[in-house]
Design a protein around this ligand. Structure first.
Ligand SMILES: [Zn+2]
Length: 288
């Protein structure tokens, strides 16, 4: 983690969903201001800077990364996730953007998909190739040279909240998907009960890395704004796996009962017909 900026020392960012600039700060996390957009409700990190997290440095991915250190714990979770995706699109090319160490792709292959990953970290890309035996393009998505309409599934598993332009990222995914293809997005859930209890200390906030904090509603609007049909946007509770935080069984049960788990796991579909132009003027499409 880099040195923390004093609040207000950054030029700041506008809402990544509707482009609006009016917002109200709702939480402080390690000196970073998290604000809610007055127009569309997206919560975002006012002090986010892509420079704070360099995923290409040698120490971001190592053998200590949870996907490597706790691989066997993640496998059942990834199997459930791929099974859910397969219910909407079975077989074909499965592109994972921000593929990390390749475990989701290795799982997709075991379900009969043809895996392909895009990953900026050289260490993670090498690990994915050599250990998980999955093909990886080590590049940013826009530089990966992938052909339009060449994928059946595109996934952003805990990646989208790191990207500076989320609508554009999903629009790129839409261009890569065949008509009727499926987009999966997994992100932290701002409406998590555990987030309400922990406030700015919620481990999943990761303010040096996470620019956007979604709810079911804002995630659905984001997908729709990028030209997708929302199929199944649901709350899950897999963040203990992702952060390694133990919070106790009672909290986890309460989260399950009240639908306030720590994660969102959303399935979208690319419309089967000709593509409409994405986005429109800022503010349009922010509310469905
Ligand atoms: Zn907004």
């Amino acid at each position: 983690m880099s040195a923390l900026p004093p609040p207000g020392s950054r030029p700041g960012i506008a809402c990544g969903l509707c482009g609006g600039a009016r917002r109200r700060v709702v939480l402080l996390a390690c000196g970073y201001r998290l604000a809610r957009c007055a127009r569309c409700g997206l919560v975002y990190n006012l002090d986010f800077s892509p420079r704070d997290a360099d995923y290409q440095t040698a120490d971001y991915y190592t053998t200590a990364h949870p996907y490597v250190a706790f691989r066997s714990r993640f496998l059942p979770y990834f199997r459930r996730l791929v099974a859910r995706i397969a219910a909407f699109r079975r077989g074909g090319r499965f592109l994972d953007i921000g593929a990390g160490t390749g475990l989701l792709l290795a799982t997709a292959r075991s379900f009969g998909y043809e895996p392909l990953g895009v990953e900026v970290s050289a260490w993670a890309a090498r690990h994915a190739r050599e250990v998980e035996r999955v093909p990886i393009v080590q590049a940013r998505l826009e530089a990966a040279g992938l052909a339009p309409e060449s994928c059946d599934v595109v996934s952003f598993h805990h990646c989208l909240e790191h990207l500076p332009a989320p609508v554009e990222a999903l629009a790129s995914a839409r261009r890569l998907l065949r008509p009727g293809g499926v987009l999966f997005v997994g992100v932290p859930n701002w409406d998590s009960l555990w987030r309400r209890i922990k406030g700015g200390a919620w481990a999943t906030l990761q303010p040096t890395e996470h620019a956007w904090h979604f709810t079911r509603e804002t995630l659905r609007h984001l997908g729709e704004r990028a030209g997708f049909l929302a199929v199944d946007v649901r709350v899950e509770n897999a963040a203990d796996l992702l952060t390694g935080v133990k919070k106790g069984r009672l909290i986890a049960l309460l989260q399950a009962w009240t639908g306030t788990g720590d994660n969102l796991a959303a399935i979208f579909r690319k419309p089967p017909g000709p593509a409409a132009e994405v986005g429109g003027e800022p503010g349009e499409g922010g509310r469905a």
